[in-house]
Design a protein around this ligand. Structure first.
Ligand code: GLN
Length: 219
């Protein structure tokens, strides 16, 4: 079995935590900083960080067109700032987002850094409840007809699922929270196996443990 090769856009943000999660699942996680780094990848992760900075660096590294091509063909998981890049409109940004998910995203939709929070989310795709880490998170304000909601945030104390925090269109997934900052690998596993159709080895690649939160206490 060929070990899947999955890129993590590594211009800025928490790419190392995603790489640790991929490594813990036995996947060959590769940093992407230049157009040629996309060659031969089976899928890509756009990490959390600062979407404005990432967009500037994408232009500076001449990654815009190669990424557009990649996103139109291959599986992509965007988390937090990553979902801003994948979305349709999320002004103000220094360059247009990629628009592969028909969603409107409000940047910093819950407030400032101090308003970051953890909340339980509900996602059938990963078997139910999941710990959601929201850091200056974007808020999905509109979901277009082509887009499926795969994760909901429950409002405090409410039994009913409330607002969308994870969306999918085909092989493109956007999450407003950070599964890579937990020790729970279910979202990465689901993306790789079910969305991207890759064989996930499950055995950690040696050297993958970096001491990041995602590398500790695996489920
Ligand atoms: N607030 C950031 C932005 O606008 C996203 C935060 C995150 O990725 N944790 O890009």
């Amino acid at each position: 079995m060929r070990v899947p090769r999955v890129g993590v856009l590594a211009l800025q943000g928490d790419f190392a935590c995603h790489a640790a999660s991929l490594g813990a699942l036995g996947v060959d996680g590769r940093r992407v900083t230049r157009p040629q780094d996309l060659d031969g990848l089976d899928a890509l992760v756009l990490p959390g960080g600062e979407s404005t900075t990432m967009l500037r660096l994408i232009e500076g590294q001449r990654l815009r067109e190669p990424l557009e091509r990649f996103l139109s063909e291959k599986p992509v998981l965007g988390t937090c700032a990553g979902v801003i890049l994948l979305g349709g409109d999320s002004a103000p940004l220094p360059a247009p987002p990629f628009g592969v998910l028909d969603v409107s995203v409000e940047r910093n939709g819950y407030g400032r850094q101090i308003d970051s929070f953890c909340a339980e989310i509900e996602a059938k795709a990963v078997g139910g409840r999941f710990p959601g880490v929201f850091i200056r998170a974007p808020r999905i304000r509109r979901v277009g007809p082509s887009v499926e909601v795969v994760a909901w945030r429950r409002s405090d104390g409410a039994e009913e699922a409330s607002e969308p925090v994870g969306v999918r269109r085909g092989n493109t997934v956007g999450l407003t929270f950070h599964p890579e900052l937990t020790s729970d690998l279910r979202f990465h596993r689901w993306f790789l196996a079910e969305v991207a159709g890759l064989d996930v080895p499950e055995a950690p690649v040696s050297g993958a443990t970096t001491g990041t939160p995602a590398a500790r206490g695996r489920s």
